[in-house]
Design a binder for this molecule. Structure first.
Ligand SMILES: [Zn+2]
Ligand SMILES: [Zn+2]
Length: 369
């Protein structure tokens, strides 16, 4: 085995909005019980990375941090007792894994509420100060550290590093959201707000789950064209329609009623208001994209009078990661997942990739470390 070096090159954010700097960050010598050290193979870029970089997330960030949270790594060193993944697969040096933010397993939210993503003692990658051990808690780095209480899932052989990366955030968030939504009846029409990675993956998932029709609302046109390939029956561009026109279109495809299910993946506060209008009476409305600090004005009586079930869904637990890998592995030939990977960059090009992501020039760029 090759010796593990003392330092890892990693993209560090010291001040919001400023370019990331590639720095030498110590590699922890000691791998704790249940923890693991990985060589990062790939880390895809997410809207959340851009929001964190810009300082616009409504979550605490302890600068300086290593950005990146959608990583796949191959195992270099396993701590004591870390020889199995979260669903029982044996783990050995060299195996590829994706890994979750942590949940303690012993707080109210982990146990009584059964919502580990809401854990009171949650530790999340790319939010923790990189000057403290174990330093390597971000994905744009040569090496990474899997925290003892992080879930970890072995990546199936037929899933590429790029697709494993996108399973670790975009798709696991979709799987968690779909689990919270419950079943989709074959009579139901699903409206998906947003044609970014989550919207596209949700389109594929809603079709597999048996939705009668899936309507995707978003932009730009290239993403809507891709939504078609992921199974959308109708795509509506927000660039050349008004909210009223979109409502009329959705109604015309749902016998005048509106959507049975609306899924929000835009992150744009105003989309929430539009979604309430697109939803039929008695609909389910799942909100996933809203993570920023933006506000919007809406009429709460719409929820009451239409008897809408509004469901928020945040992140995803080990189960969602496992479902995500399983979904990609099973449907890798059914949907053009690879087309979502719009750019491949080296670690040194991370600022270019983030800038392009910010300007909507990418769907899912990947840093190949
Ligand atoms: Zn992400
Ligand atoms: Zn907990």
């Amino acid at each position: 085995m090759t010796a593990i070096p003392e330092y890892s090159r990693a993209a560090v954010l010291r001040k919001f909005k400023e370019p990331l700097k590639i720095e030498n960050v110590p590699i922890p010598k000691n791998v704790e019980t249940s923890a693991a050290l990985v060589k990062i193979e790939a880390c895809s870029i997410c809207g959340t990375d851009v929001h964190l970089w810009q300082g616009s997330l409504s979550l605490t960030v302890n600068l300086p941090v290593i950005i990146g949270h959608e990583m796949v790594g191959s195992i270099l060193k396993l701590g004591y007792g870390a020889d199995r993944d979260s669903v029982g697969n044996p783990l050995r040096v060299g195996d590829r894994v994706i890994y979750t933010h942590t949940a303690c397993g012993s707080c109210f939210f982990c146990t009584t509420a059964r919502k580990p993503t809401l854990c009171m003692n949650r530790r999340a990658y790319m939010y923790e100060n990189m000057e403290q051990e174990p330093y390597l808690l971000g994905g744009f780095s040569e090496y990474g550290y899997i925290l003892p209480q992080a879930g970890r899932l072995k990546v199936p052989d037929n899933v590429s590093n790029e697709l494993a990366s996108l399973s670790s955030c975009a798709l696991r968030s979709v799987m968690n959201a779909m689990s919270q939504l419950g079943e989709i009846d074959p009579t139901e029409t699903v409206v998906i707000q947003g044609a970014g990675p989550l919207g596209l993956l949700a389109t594929a998932n809603a079709k597999v789950r048996g939705a009668r029709k899936v309507i995707v609302i978003g932009a730009p046109q290239a993403r809507l064209d891709l939504a078609r390939e992921f199974g959308a029956d109708l795509c509506i561009s927000v660039e050349n329609t008004t909210a009223e026109e979109r409502l009329e279109l959705v109604k015309s495809h749902t016998s005048g009623r509106g959507a049975d299910i609306v899924l929000e993946f835009t992150g744009v506060p105003a989309a929430f208001v539009e979604g309430l209008h697109l939803a039929r009476r008695g609909a389910r409305y799942l909100i996933v994209g809203q993570l920023g600090e933006g506000k919007t004005e809406f009429q709460p009586s719409l929820i009451v009078k239409k008897n809408i079930t509004v469901i928020g869904s945040f992140s995803g637990d080990a189960r969602s990661y496992s479902l995500a890998l399983d979904f990609i592995s099973r449907h890798v030939v059914d949907f053009p997942f690879e087309k979502m990977i719009t750019g491949r960059y080296k670690l040194d090009e991370v600022n270019v990739a983030l800038e392009r992501m910010k300007n909507m020039q990418e769907i899912k760029p990947v840093i190949l470390v």
